[in-house]
Design a protein around this ligand. Structure first.
Ligand SMILES: *[C@@H]1O[C@H](CO)[C@@H](O)[C@H](O)[C@H]1NC(C)=O
Ligand SMILES: *[C@@H]1O[C@H](CO)[C@@H](O)[C@H](O)[C@H]1NC(C)=O
Length: 253
């Protein structure tokens, strides 16, 4: 059976494609939000957070910019920047004299940009990204790396939905390169990190959360003309089956 490497590579791309696409969309959002956040720094004082407005088609997202000297970040940290507590010892690299910490609360846009199949979000996605502060009109800036060299940065989520019975809440971190890391939740609502990125609290689940309000009972099944639903399922599985056959044919070419 001749298994073509090229076909296999194609299959991998096909399977990974939705993730690559999501990653591209999330990075494009970071670029857009960096621009909008930098615009809010009208009087560039260091150490003061400036709240910014998102583009009007992204209403709901909350943004803030905090400009700091690298030296001050390292020696003093930031007691509380929104939900983030930044300890002493945080280093940015490559070295810049001043940096901007961009804060994002993706609120009701969290699942649009960071969909995580098989998991439910109990909190919004919060982002913390570092940029060179030398030019406040700069666009398409590459993020600096930041690294907590002593204590971790901690994120205290203020409104976490209750954990559904029998499930375990986990902290999730998305790196800028699209990797996903899970860690334990501390004290019910805190996550810890040594790096920048996007953070939330999730539970692993294949079933939707129980609705908070009583749902009306489902309508009784219709007996006449009620075959539509199953017709759709049959068509769906035929299409799926054909796609699978095509893939198999490619592999065993
Ligand atoms: C989020 O909420 C805002 C209103 O606060 C609304 O305009 C926007 O369409 C919502 N976004 C999504 C993805 O539902
Ligand atoms: C930071 O920005 C300034 C001004 O644009 C530039 O001269 C400097 O090289 C940048 N530093 C880094 C590390 O990118």
């Amino acid at each position: 059976m001749g298994l073509h490497i090229r076909s296999l590579a194609m299959l991998v791309i096909l399977v990974r494609w939705p993730m690559i696409e999501a990653q591209t969309r999330a990075r494009a959002l970071d670029v857009l939000l960096q621009d909008y956040t930098f615009r809010a720094i009208d009087r560039p004082k260091t150490g003061i957070p400036y709240d910014a407005s998102p583009p009007s088609n992204l209403t709901g997202i909350q943004l803030s910019a905090l400009r700091l000297r690298s030296g001050s970040l390292f020696t003093r940290g930031v007691h509380m920047y929104k939900e983030f507590a930044i300890p002493i010892g945080v280093i940015g690299y490559p070295y810049v004299e001043r940096l901007v910490l961009v804060y994002q609360d993706l609120a009701n846009w969290s699942t649009t940009y960071y969909s995580l199949p098989g998991y439910l979000y109990l909190a919004p996605i919060l982002g913390l990204l570092a940029y060179n502060a030398s030019s406040l009109s700069a666009k398409n800036l590459q993020e600096l790396e930041i690294h907590a060299s002593e204590e971790p940065i901690s994120i205290e989520f203020t409104q976490v939905q209750p954990v559904p019975a029998g499930l375990v809440a986990r902290c999730v971190r998305f790196t800028l390169t699209g990797q996903i890391h899970f860690t334990n939740v501390e004290s019910g609502n805190k996550c810890e990190t040594y790096e920048q990125g996007h953070f939330s609290i999730v539970v692993e689940s294949t079933t939707p959360l129980p609705a908070p309000v009583q749902q009306p009972p489902p309508p009784p099944p219709r007996h006449q003309g009620g075959g539509n639903g199953s017709g759709v399922i049959i068509v769906g599985s035929v299409v799926g089956g054909v796609a699978l056959l095509v893939l198999l044919a490619l592999l065993c070419e």
